[in-house]
Design a binder for this molecule. Structure first.
Ligand SMILES: Nc1ncnc2c1ncn2[C@@H]1O[C@H](COP(=O)(O)OP(=O)(O)O)[C@@H](O)[C@H]1O
Ligand SMILES: [Mg+2]
Length: 244
């Protein structure tokens, strides 16, 4: 699905990504974890087509990415909801842009809000919603467009621990119901192990290690010792000494 080939991204003189290589198979999930400033957001934005490579390329389904793709859903770090629009209007925006007919839009928006458990809040503005509810609206807004690739940047990091787990559970539930390729950027080890079949550990501007996570997909994984062992494995790579 996604092939990142010799990717470098610079901001002026600053090297944000240097010679990255990564493959994410179709309908698999990938969690990208690393310290602040290592280039996670830059990598996700480049996958989304919001940033252009300085060198190398990103292929999606074998096709080189040079701009935004209509089948890619993106959830940005700050949810990106429009403050002057209600939950309903935020979710319907993309469908209106695609010129679907009114009945179809109403049906899809209602069903997305219902699925995310926020139907009763449809007439509220973002400022009237809790952090978790806002995040649900952002997820509904992405999923209502039926993407085949979902890119999420710190989707739960603004939330308290309990709400963070609720959102993670919800994302896993939605994924299991309708598997699509999913990339989650996070700085949380627990989230990476919960949401990533493949866990990419980054260090400054590059990939340090890729871990295969066989425990992904078990909704009760948090009760299992294996989960904590996997968290320790990720932590070891995050904290480890620089090798070169
Ligand atoms: N718009 C920008 N202009 C200049 N430098 C940037 C910009 N965005 C990010 N950077 C720099 O690129 C590096 C990677 O940033 P980012 O991808 O946001 O990291 P992360 O998401 O892992 O915290 C950082 O050193 C950051 O300061
Ligand atoms: Mg970031």
């Amino acid at each position: 699905m996604i092939s990142v080939r010799n990717l470098s991204v610079n901001y002026g003189n600053e090297i944000a990504l240097k010679n990255i290589g990564l493959d994410i198979p179709k309908n698999k999930t990938c969690a990208i974890i690393g310290p602040s400033g290592c280039g996670k957001t830059t990598l996700l934005y480049t996958m989304a087509g919001l940033l252009a490579p300085s060198d190398g390329k990103i292929l999606i389904n074998g096709e080189e990415r040079t701009s935004i793709r209509k089948e890619t859903g993106v959830i940005l770090q700050n949810t990106g909801l429009l403050p002057w629009k209600t939950a309903w209007d935020n979710v319907s925006l993309g469908l209106e842009a695609r010129k679907l007919n009114k009945n179809e839009i109403n049906r899809k928006v209602a069903s997305a809000l219902e699925e995310l458990g926020i139907g009763e809040h449809k007439n509220k503005f973002p400022a009237q919603l809790s952090g978790g509810q806002k995040q649900r609206v952002a997820i509904a807004r992405a999923l209502v467009l039926e993407p085949d690739l979902l890119l999420m940047d710190e989707a739960s990091s603004a939330l308290d621990a309990i709400n963070r787990e609720h959102i993670q559970n919800l994302i896993l539930k939605l994924y299991k119901k309708n598997p699509i390729t999913m990339v989650t950027v996070t700085h949380s080890i627990e989230e990476a192990v919960f949401l990533g079949q493949e866990i990419v550990v980054m260090k400054r501007a590059s990939i340090k290690h890729i871990i295969d996570n066989p425990y992904f997909g078990d909704k009760d994984i948090r009760y299992r010792q294996d989960y904590y062992n996997m968290c320790l494995e990720v932590r070891k790579w995050l904290d480890g000494e620089e090798e070169e």
